[in-house]
Design a protein around this ligand. Structure first.
Ligand code: ADP
Length: 405
C-alpha cells in the first residue's frame, strides 16, 4: 500500500495529512498539526480512527524534532506498520517566482532555486523548506515533491501579470503579479471538469476561493489567464484581515499623517484590515454575519464590500475570457456561506443571465450545482482539497507506482 504524506510547514507549525493512495482510491489515514514549534510549550494534535489526541510536547524544539516525533507516533499507533510504507512526501511551498510552472522533486538544486526567491515569500518559503529538509533527513530514501502556491498561475499572459511601474523593477526584482492559492484553484478546476464531464481544455472557469484569505482565478481552456492576488496575497478582494486592492498612495498619505513606516502600514493592511478593521477585530466571517444580523452598519458594509469585490472580478474575467461556462465557489466562506454566494450572484445575475436554486444554495459544505437548468452560466460549489492535490502531484511528479486497489 502506498502512503503519501502532505505537509504544510509554517514558521512555528507543521500541518500534515497521511493518505493511502491506490489507482482507485484516496483515503485519509490521519491528519494533525504541531503548533508553537520553537516556543516553550509546543502542542501536537493528531486525529485518527475518529479520535483526536492533543498534548504538550516540550521536547519538540524545531521542525526536525516534530517530524521525528510524528514518524514515531505513526508506528506506535499502528497507523503505519513500517515507515517504508510512506512512498512520498509532498510539501506545500508558497513561492517559486517564475521558476516552476509545475510541482518539482525537491533536492539540493531545487531547494537552492526556492531559496533564490525567498525575498518574494520571506515568511513562508524558509519555513516551508525547513519541512522539506526535516523529511529529507528523517526519510532519506523517500521522494520529496514541492507543490507551489504560485505555479498554476504561471500561464498568465504578460499583459495580465505585469504592473505598469518602471520596467526595471521587473528586470531587477521580478516585481509582477504571481497569484496564490494555486493548488486550490487547480484542484477545484480539475474537479469541476470532472463533475461536468467535459475536458478542462473546453471550459472557461472562474474559481472563487473565498476563505480567510481570498482570491479568484480566470481559467480559460485549462490555463490561468488572470488572478486577483498579486506580488503578495494582499492584493485583490476584501478579506478577513487584508484590505485587498487600494490606491497605493494611501500608504504615503497615512505615513505622512501617522508617521508610520511603509512596513508598518503594509502590516496593518495585511493583518488589521478587511473584516477585522471594520468590526473591532472580528476576522471570522461567521462573527461578522452575526454582527450584521444585529444591525451593525460597519459589519454590513464590509460584507457588501467583499461581495462587490468578488462580483467586480467576476465581471472583469467574464469579459476577458469572452464569456464564462462555470463559476465555482470554494474554501470556508465559498463552501459554507449561502449568503455570500447569493449576494454575489445577485449582483451579476442580470448581466450574466444566471439563475440560482435558492433551496440548493442553502446547503453548506458539499459539492453542489446551485444554478438551475435555465441558467446561462453554471454555478457550482466544490469543496477544496489542497492536501489531496499535493498527494496527487507527489505521485505524478515523483513517479510513484500505485497498486490497483
Ligand atoms: P483559510 O484557509 O484562508 O484560513 P478557510 O478556507 O478555512 O480559511 O475559511 C475560513 C473562513 O470561512 C472564515 O471566515 C470562517 O468564518 C468561514 N466559515 C467557516 N464556516 C462557515 C460557515 N458555516 N458559514 C460562514 N462562514 C464560514
Amino acid at each position: 500500500m502506498s502512503k503519501i504524506m502532505a505537509v504544510n510547514a509554517g514558521s512555528s507549525s507543521l500541518k500534515f495529512q497521511l493518505l493511502e493512495m491506490t489507482k482507485t482510491s484516496e483515503v485519509v489515514l490521519t491528519e494533525g498539526i504541531f503548533e508553537k514549534i520553537g516556543q516553550p510549550e509546543p502542542i501536537f494534535t493528531i486525529k485518527y480512527d475518529g479520535k483526536k489526541d492533543s498534548k504538550f510536547v516540550p521536547e519538540v524544539r524545531n521542525h526536525a524534532d516534530s517530524v521525528a516525533m510524528l514518524l514515531k507516533v505513526l508506528v506506535e499507533k499502528g497507523i503505519v506498520k513500517d515507515l517504508n510504507e510512506i512512498k512520498g512526501v509532498g510539501h506545500r511551498i508558497l513561492h517559486c517566482g517564475e521558476k516552476y510552472s509545475d510541482s518539482v522533486i525537491m533536492n539540493e538544486e531545487s531547494i537552492a532555486v526556492v531559496e533564490s526567491v525567498n525575498d518574494l515569500g520571506p515568511l513562508h518559503n524558509p519555513a516551508n523548506l525547513t519541512g522539506v529538509r526535516a523529511f529529507m533527513k528523517a526519510l532519506p530514501d523517500v521522494v520529496n515533491v514541492g507543490v507551489f502556491d504560485t505555479s498554476f498561475h504561471l500561464t498568465m499572459p504578460d499583459e495580465a501579470y505585469m504592473y505598469a511601474c518602471p520596467y526595471e523593477w521587473y528586470e531587477k526584482y521580478r516585481v509582477r503579479k504571481y497569484g496564490f492559492h494555486g493548488t486550490s484553484h487547480k484542484y477545484v478546476a480539475y474537479r469541476t471538469a470532472e463533475i461536468l464531464g467535459k475536458p478542462l481544455e473546453e471550459l472557461r472557469i472562474i474559481t472563487c476561493h473565498i476563505g480567510n484569505g481570498a482570491s479568484l482565478a480566470a481559467i480559460k481552456y485549462g490555463k490561468v489567464v488572470d488572478t486577483s492576488m498579486g506580488l503578495t496575497p494582499l492584493d485583490g478582494l476584501v478579506m478577513g484581515t487584508r484590505s485587498g486592492t487600494l490606491d497605493p498612495a494611501v500608504i504615503q498619505f497615512i505615513s505622512n499623517h501617522e508617521g508610520f513606516t511603509s512596513n508598518r502600514i503594509v502590516d496593518i493592511l495585511n493583518k488589521k484590515s478587511g473584516f477585522y478593521g471594520f468590526t473591532g477585530g472580528h476576522s471570522d466571517a461567521r462573527e461578522v454575519r452575526a454582527l450584521q444580523a444585529e444591525g451593525d452598519y460597519k459589519a454590513d458594509l464590509i460584507l457588501r464590500m467583499q461581495e462587490k469585490s468578488i462580483a467586480d472580478y467576476i465581471g472583469q474575467y467574464f469579459v476577458y475570457m469572452g464569456g464564462v461556462d462555470v463559476i465555482v465557489f470554494t474554501a470556508g466562506i465559498g463552501e459554507k456561506s449561502p449568503e455570500c454566494r447569493l449576494h454575489v450572484i445577485d449582483r451579476i445575475k442580470e448581466a450574466l443571465q444566471i439563475e440560482i436554486d435558492e433551496k440548493v444554495n442553502e446547503i453548506k459544505g458539499e459539492e453542489l450545482e446551485i444554478s438551475t437548468p435555465n441558467s446561462k452560466v453554471k454555478v457550482l460549489v466544490v469543496p477544496t482539497n489542497e492536501e489531496l492535490m499535493i498527494a496527487r502531484d507527489c505521485i505524478r511528479v515523483g513517479k510513484i507506482e500505485l497498486e490497483e486497489k
